[in-house]
Design a protein around this ligand. Structure first.
Ligand code: ADP
Ligand code: MG
Ligand code: MG
Length: 883
């Protein structure tokens, strides 16, 4: 029976049906929506009910009051569980026990904690012992409740309970928790209760309804705790109403050797291998697997231990993958030989795994190509695929300090740091660091984010460090137990070698190796699955993707990654290098037109051969070359030695050089004598560059290579500026054609990077062959933020929410984007066929790419390494628009 979501705060599930579904993540959270869905699918899910995120929002908005009606609905939910379980909350003979579990629309690993075994007190624990004939189990469940309730609800740190437990184990000579007897656990419960009362000044609440109410409130409260807020911030999670709360009948993995609990992925999340992957613990409950209390066993061992359960799990795996069309990450519990599924969600995975899973699932006909491209691989996965790994030839065997679990692939090199704060501080200074911890906790996420890689000496493949790192695609080695980490003393040791804070170390998240010193890194190679997947991407993509490349090597890299051309070739670097910079400086110093031309003539052959190399590589593809852009003084020497050398070469006095340097200094070079303003005041510069481009194009074309040069005039703000430069360029082209008695098709266009140019795009568009939005400068000038000085205020703007994001990273769609839209529209009013692209940093950023697609641009241009990412983002934008 579907509900009216305005007035309903509780959705019930169990026994093969459910009031909610997987589409309701925003309202029921991911965990709740999927529990409902699995229940309706007929999977063995213990019955329960989900309290909505709207209820959480209300609670946080009204000083902790529940919305009207929720109390009754919760009672109704409990009655539903009582009926299905044939047990009663608080009943001494057949007590109903429940878990209270948080779960928002977006999964936040470890952010909000669950409380299990609610409903136990001195009466019901005795009833549970009698009903199960297992007193050990009953008291084990009870001590867990006091611990979890104490920690999550009443603020008594879990560590305190652990200390009490360790003390008792020592007294009894017990190696681990399984060695404690029923009587021991009864004693433990007494001590836990005493601890609870000592710490909180109140006795442990024995009324199950009070336990339940307070646990629900604690989950609601946890939405606003520091860790949760920080996690949302780092991951840019906005617009959520709160967390949902799931109240679910308990099943017990701690009832004996035919019981257990585990977590697994339907495929290997590190490699993508099509095989159940995970861990389980016999005779244990819930959190034990993740908490690393005992060493978990490989899920494959279940095949021998409980073959029927293993087969059933395989069946569940097939059902879930077919139903969700994706790899799943699930939690299960085995109670005395019966399997229960407690959670499923799309599994986080590494880049290589994402590609392999997408391609395999299409081959297995579980999904189609459209779904694979739209949902199974994220742009950041490709980013990760393109991550470096150790050089094959690197010889570091002797420097390996220890080998832990290969928790998240990718290699990293950095200085060792031992706290999240140190990692954040070092990263602020632009230093590469590796965070080394005994284990990580949610408080460390800031430092984990800042580090190049993470190493822990404790914990398994599903430890906090491993889960978070994989989600981010960050290299991680977990559970490297050869190392002892002394966090307070900022050092770690493997017994023979000690590494202190600041020492260089390397790590390989694919092998688990932790290494002393710096191991050389190399770029990765693409697998066959990668090209298969990228070919599918291009089936859906309509937006073109070019690359920003200044050299033949970069151009080759861009082509290898699937670029359709070069959208921005900057020429300024071509003026550096020993010979060239001197000629350039002579040109700048020149007093007479002739002297200037001589200097430029000396530069031309260099430019020509650089362009020729690029054209040769880009056979058949367009190459957009931007004329010289930066202010001239950037090319002049500021030091005495450099000025002296230049004076000697140019045959002038050192004073003359110094005067020239001073004369060229500007208060505000970004808004000064640069871009087309140079070409307009020094037409010989534009002539030289044009001549070099055309000569190179004709040379290469003569070798049978197809050349498509596009000359781009930078920093235009008026039509007159563009006309001026176009005249110079056209005249020069004609001269070269005449000299060579040959010709080539050349386009002459402009960058739109000054707001005025966007406004005047209709006029400029009538004269230009193409537009390319230079969104770096356009952002600077639209906001009036100097990109080089924004570091002092932009981060706090973003922190305080004055800006949603750094506009130099993600295009400001509202303001700068408005100019892009309007400039495109106006340009195409003058020339409906006008090709329009974008060549700022934004060309490689997924949300900006989606914007460019919607704004009707023809292509984006980005750095070669982002080309695959841009192709995927463009395909996803097209699929989304088509849906
Ligand atoms: P998290 O988001 O930290 O994984 P969960 O709500 O999933 O938190 O629960 C923590 C652990 O407790 C998991 O291992 C889960 O399977 C287990 N658990 C939760 N509810 C129940 C239940 N009703 N019966 C048995 N185990 C449960
Ligand atoms: Mg948890
Ligand atoms: Mg869970």
């Amino acid at each position: 029976m579907p509900h009216d979501s305005d007035t309903t705060f509780v959705y019930r599930f169990g026994d093969g049906s459910a009031e909610g579904s997987k589409e309701m993540k925003a309202l029921l959270g991911g965990k709740g929506a999927n529990l409902n869905e699995m229940s309706a699918l007929g999977l063995p899910v213990p019955p329960g009910f989900t309290i909505t995120t709207e209820a959480c929002h209300y609670y946080n908005d009204h000083d902790g009051d529940w919305p009207r009606g929720m109390q009754d609905e919760v009672e109704g939910g409990i009655a539903h569980l009582e009926t299905l379980m044939d047990r009663t909350l608080g009943d001494a003979e057949a007590p109903l026990l429940v878990s209270v579990r948080s779960g928002a629309a977006v999964s936040m690993p470890g952010m909000m904690d669950s409380v299990l075994n609610l409903g136990l007190n001195d009466d019901t624990v005795a009833g549970l012992a009698r009903a199960t004939g297992n007193a050990r189990f009953a008291y084990d469940a009870y001590r867990r409740l006091i611990d979890m309730f104490g920690d999550v609800v009443a603020g008594v740190p879990h560590r305190r309970f652990e200390d009490v437990m360790t003390e008792l184990k020592d007294e009894r000579g017990a190696a681990n928790d399984l060695d404690l007897t029923a009587d021991d656990l009864r004693t433990l419960v007494d001590r836990y209760r005493a601890l609870f009362e000592d710490e909180t000044g109140e006795p442990f609440p024995s009324d199950p309804r009070e336990q339940l109410r307070r646990a629900i409130d604690a989950v609601f409260d946890s939405w606003r705790n520091e860790r949760a807020v920080k996690y949302r911030k780092i991951n840019n999670i906005t617009g959520l109403r709160g967390t949902a709360v799931n109240v679910q009948a308990m099943v017990y993995g701690n009832m004996g050797e035919q019981s257990g609990t585990g977590v697994c992925f339907t495929r290997n999340p590190a490699t993508g291998e099509n095989k159940l992957f995970g861990e389980f613990l016999p005779n244990a409950q819930g959190e034990d697997v993740v908490a690393g209390i005992r060493t978990p066993r490989d899920i494959q061992e279940l095949q021998d231990l409980m073959p029927a359960i293993y087969d059933e799990l395989q069946e569940v795996r097939r059902t879930l993958e077919a139903h969700y069309g994706d790899m799943q990450d699930l939690e299960f519990t085995i109670q005395d030989g019966t399997l229960y599924i407690l959670q499923t969600r799309d599994g986080k995975r590494t880049g290589p795994a994402a590609i392999k899973i997408a391609v395999d699932m299409v081959d297995e006909e579980l999904i189609d190509r459209r779904r694979a491209v739209a949902h199974l691989v994220e742009p950041r996965h490709l980013d990760q695929l393109l991550h470096p790994h150790f050089d094959e030839d690197a010889d570091y065997e002797d420097d390996v300090l220890g080998t832990g679990l290969p928790a998240s692939p990718g290699a990293a090199v950095g200085r060792a740091v031992f706290s999240a704060d140190d990692a954040e501080a070092a990263a602020k200074n632009g230093e590469d660091v590796i965070l080394v911890r005994t284990e990580t906790s949610p408080e460390d996420v800031g430092g984990m984010d800042a580090a190049q890689g993470i190493i822990t000496s404790r914990g398994g493949m599903t430890s906090h460090a491993a889960v978070v790192a994989r989600g981010w695609g960050k290299p991680c080695v977990a559970g490297c137990d050869a190392l002892t980490v002394y966090e307070d003393e900022k050092r770690f040791t493997n017994g023979s070698v000690t590494i202190h804070a600041g020492d260089w170390i390397s790590m390989d998240g694919a092998t688990g190796a932790v290494i002393r010193g710096k191991v050389p890194l190399v770029e990765p190679e693409m697998t066959g699955a990668f090209s298969t997947f990228m070919a599918w991407v291009d089936e859906f993509r309509t937006l073109g993707v070019r690359a920003n490349a200044d050299t033949a090597d970069d151009a080759q890299q861009a082509l290898d990654f699937g670029a359709a051309g070069i959208g921005l070739c900057r020429t300024e670097h071509m003026f550096f290098g020993d010979e060239r910079i001197l000629a350039m400086r002579e040109m700048i110093l020149a007093d007479t037109e002739d002297a200037r031309r001589d200097a430029l003539d000396a530069l031309r052959p260099h430019q020509r051969s650089d362009f020729a190399d690029i054209f040769r590589v880009m056979d058949g593809h367009p190459v957009t070359i931007r004329l010289l852009d930066p202010p001239l003084h950037e090319f002049l020497p500021n030091d005495a030695a450099g000025q002296k050398k230049l004076a000697e070469r140019a045959g002038v006095s050192v004073d003359a050089v110094r005067e020239k340097v001073e004369a060229l200094e500007e208060f505000n070079p970004m808004l000064g004598h640069r871009g087309c303003r140079l070409g307009i005041t020094v037409p010989a510069l534009t002539e030289m560059q044009t001549r070099a481009i055309i000569e190179a194009a004709l040379d290469v074309q003569a070798d049978g290579i197809s050349v498509h040069p596009e000359i781009m005039v930078p920093l235009v703000s008026t039509r007159a500026e563009f006309d001026d430069q176009r005249r110079v360029i056209e005249r020069t082209i004609q001269t070269v054609f005449d000299e060579r008695e040959a010709s080539v098709d050349v386009h002459i266009g402009t960058m739109i990077e000054v707001p005025r140019a966007a406004l005047q795009a209709e006029s400029i568009g009538a004269a230009a062959d193409f537009f390319s939005f230079g969104t770096n400068d356009l952002t600077q000038m639209t906001f009036g933020y100097s990109r080089d000085d924004a570091g002092s205020f932009l981060p706090s703007y973003v922190d305080e929410g004055l800006l949603p994001e750094d506009p130099f990273q993600a295009l400001d769609q509202e303001g700068v984007g408005e100019l892009v839209r309007l400039g495109t529209e106006r340009g195409r009013t003058a020339n409906p066929e006008l090709p329009v692209g974008i060549c700022g940093e934004h060309g490689g950023e997924p949300s900006s790419i989606a914007f460019c697609y919607e704004a009707g641009l023809d292509y984006v241009s980005c750095s070669p390494f982002r080309v695959p990412i841009a192709r995927l983002a463009a395909a996803q934008a097209a699929i989304k628009a088509d849906a």
